[in-house]
Design a protein around this ligand. Structure first.
Ligand code: ADP
Ligand code: MG
Length: 224
């Protein structure tokens, strides 16, 4: 599903260049569930953003479902993201003035699905996440766990092949974290490939394989 070879990435600010990814190789098979661990600043989010076609890389090769991902136009990148990828973030990234249902339905708006239909489909996904009763509440009226369930439903609504989650439990208490992980595991069982960045060992232990990044390089791969 995902193949990357010798990926390098530097950020340049003014005169300074920071070499963040220093030759990353990674294979992720369809239906796999892997975690990425590493110290703050080691390059985890940079890697995830490249995998999510949210950022570019300087050197190496990235194949997503057999398709070469390199220097795509913003339009093509957006199309691929919409068709293939779902994103979940630590800070949920919900739209504050839209209710849960409208947040979940948002990706379908970009696919030109009519409002009535997209809201109906959003309700199904809210139902699957166990938060149907919260459909008409704003994010500010939801707990952290409920907000993350809304975000997961939004990631799922386009039928992605891969879900990329950047510290999805980073803002949740430990009980809620494990509940959210239960739901991510259920989704993975349906065959959706999942890559989860986390700081927490008990979260990583719930995935099949943990990759450790140290200073922009993969230094360890452990089967859980
Ligand atoms: P992690 O997610 O592992 O904490 P990141 O991938 O976010 O690490 O960041 C790796 C390094 O790259 C950090 O030193 C960070 O400050 C730097 N960095 C990240 N994004 C940018 C950016 N857009 N511009 C400049 N430097 C960045
Ligand atoms: Mg990060």
């Amino acid at each position: 599903m995902i193949r990357i070879r010798n990926i390098h990435k530097s950020y340049t600010t003014g005169q300074n260049s920071l070499h963040v990814l220093k030759g990353i190789d990674l294979n992720v098979e369809q239906g796999d569930m892997i975690s990425v661990m590493g110290a703050s600043g080691s390059g985890k989010s940079t890697l995830l953003n490249i995998l999510g076609i949210l950022d570019t890389y300087d050197q190496g090769e990235y194949l997503l479902n057999g398709l070469k991902i390199n220097k795509l136009s913003e339009k093509k990148a957006a199309q691929l993201r919409n068709k293939m990828l779902g994103f979940v973030f630590q800070s949920f990234n919900l739209i504050s003035f839209k209710n849960a249902m409208e947040n979940v339905a948002m990706p379908l708006y970009y696919q030109n699905v009519k409002r009535k239909k997209r809201n109906l489909i959003a309700m199904e996904y809210l139902d699957r996440m166990g938060i149907r009763d919260w459909a008409h509440h704003l994010p500010s009226e939801l707990s952290g766990g409920q907000k993350q369930r809304v975000a997961i439903a939004r990631a799922m609504i386009t039928n992605p092949k891969v879900i990329l989650a950047d510290e999805p439990t980073g803002a949740l208490d430990s009980v809620t974290s494990l509940e959210v992980m239960d739901q991510l595991q259920e989704i993975n069982k349906e065959g959706i490939t999942m890559i989860i960045v986390t700081h927490e060992h008990d979260i990583a232990a719930r995935t099949r394989k943990t990759i450790r990044i140290t200073d922009g390089m993969i230094t360890d791969i452990v089967n859980n």
